[in-house]
Design a protein around this ligand. Structure first.
Ligand code: NAP
Length: 285
């Protein structure tokens, strides 16, 4: 019996996850496939119910169904509940469904690799307050960041995020508007500046003025299509350490794969498999 993991979303334009997971199934000798389930809203409940069957290992979930799928799970991992986002679901041997979040640990792995140090004790600036920013801010505070500044176009969303995670870890957190003088002051002393908006992918331009950052700072852009955003280009031109979201993507996939199969250590296999797609300037955003 070929087992499956299904990615639920609409639209599903990208094949990065499918390519990584199928390569890992092959490398691990597991008879399973990662399938894309581009569903209409009225089809989601039945698809999630079907995933309780023995031929399923679990589900991936993306926009716009994260919230509805989380509501159909029997259980949610405490960390995913705290973050407020489920992006994967594991099937238990008894057919139960447990929602979990891999963006937070994936981000931590990716950004610490880019920084060459731990987030612990660091001063972080995050642009964005959407779904991905929730995982980023949680991961930073949970890792013991000293201070996190959240800057967002819609300042009320940044304030809600700061309020939500204000009690995690020893660090402090503040919310400001993108471009506010307080945002610019925070950049001047940042160890790492993170773009967790869709700017650079959907909209042109950048969210962070790299000229304000100390020379020791790292710039981390969650966007990985295109591989080099204007933000990363500017950061490199200023001689700063800079990385896109590809290592976060790979790390979070490897974490999910281990949860579904019990097989760890698949990041290298996944990295090789997805490299052509990541390097493809025509890959779909
Ligand atoms: P989302 O929930 O839709 O949030 C979008 C964010 O972008 C909001 O903060 C929004 O601000 C901001 N934004 C959008 N257009 C803007 C503009 N023109 N100027 C300034 N801010 C703007 O999206 P998401 O799920 O958080 O995803 C954000 C990015 O992270 C995407 O590019 C996604 O591909 C990437 N991501 C990467 C990984 C990875 O593994 N590398 C994982 C998850 C996400 P407002 O609140 O003002 O609208």
């Amino acid at each position: 019996m070929t087992q499956r993991v299904g990615l639920i979303g609409k639209p599903l334009r990208r094949r990065h996850s499918q390519v990584m997971h199928d390569a890992a199934f092959d490398a691990a000798g597991i008879d399973a496939r990662y399938v894309l389930l581009e569903l209409e809203p009225e089809e989601v409940e039945a698809a999630v119910a079907a995933a309780r069957g023995e031929d399923w290992l679990g589900l991936g979930v993306t926009a716009p169904y994260k919230r509805v799928v989380a509501g159909l799970c029997d259980d949610i991992d405490p960390e995913a509940a705290r973050i407020g986002a489920v992006n994967n679901v594991a099937r238990t041997p008894a057919g139960g469904l447990v929602g979990f979040n891999t963006d937070a640990p994936g981000f931590r792995a990716g950004v610490e690799l880019a920084m060459g140090r731990s987030l612990h004790g660091s001063t972080v600036v995050v642009a964005g307050a959407g779904g991905a920013a929730h995982a980023v801010v949680f991961a930073c505070l949970d890792a013991g960041a000293r201070h996190v500044t959240i800057g967002n176009r819609t300042v009320s969303a940044a304030a809600a995020l700061a309020e939500r995670f204000g009690d995690i870890g020893p660090g402090t957190v503040q919310a400001v508007a993108l471009g506010d003088p307080a945002f610019e002051r925070a950049l001047r002393s940042a160890d790492v500046a993170v773009n967790a908006t869709t700017v650079g992918m959907v909209d042109p331009g950048t969210t962070i003025d790299v000229a304000l950052l100390p020379v020791t700072a790292t710039v981390f852009d969650l966007v990985y299509v295109p591989p080099e955003t204007p933000l990363l280009r500017a950061a490199r031109a200023h001689g700063l350490r800079a990385a896109n979201g590809s290592e976060m993507l790979i790390a979070q996939a490897a974490i999910a794969f281990e949860r579904w199969t019990g097989v760890g250590g698949m990041a290298d296999v996944m990295r090789s498999a997805v490299a052509p797609l990541l390097a493809d300037p025509a890959a779909t955003a």
